[in-house]
Write a new protein. Sequence first.
Length: 209
Amino acid sequence: MAKVYVFDHPLIQHKLTYIRDKSTGTKDFRELVDEVATLMAFEITRDMTLEDVTVETPVGPAQSKILTGKKMGIIPILRAGIGMVDGILKLIPAAKVGHIGLYRDPETLQPVEYYVKLPSDVEERDFIVVDPMLATGGSAVEAINSLKKRGGKHIKFMCLVAAPEGVKVLQDAHPDVDIYIAALDEKLNDHGYIVPGLGDAGDRLFGTK
């Protein structure tokens, strides 16, 4: 079963409070999401592999470590996931960025794929799929389905706020995909919104209604 990591770092929790606040405007909301994504990226990359190297300091040789060069990929789920990408790239600038677009069918209410653009070497990369919200779990499940169908094997999912219902759906569908979240909230309401959540992340990021 996939593991669930809830980040309790004080800076993440502090900034998440202002992200939740309905009085936070678009500019500040966007900057805060970017900052929290960077902090979460620091935590989510703890298991990146290292190798030993020797470097010359101004004083003499030093035994040190560098990343082994494992290829990374970031996959935002359109559109709200875009708001988290730059924050992650600040720490992993060499990562390639793909995109997966989904919409909800008005009759079945199920997510439908409408756009997929991925790095050409999908099978060689470790991927982080990002979306600010994990509500019903439908979009996350379908996005990871799309990635796996095209050869993705090593995948993590990262979001700001999740509902227990969405976490369970994602775990059941993809038991090999660990879930990284800043807050695990109480529940979903009758409209499928996370309670207390933070509202519609896409609208708040891009100033739309």
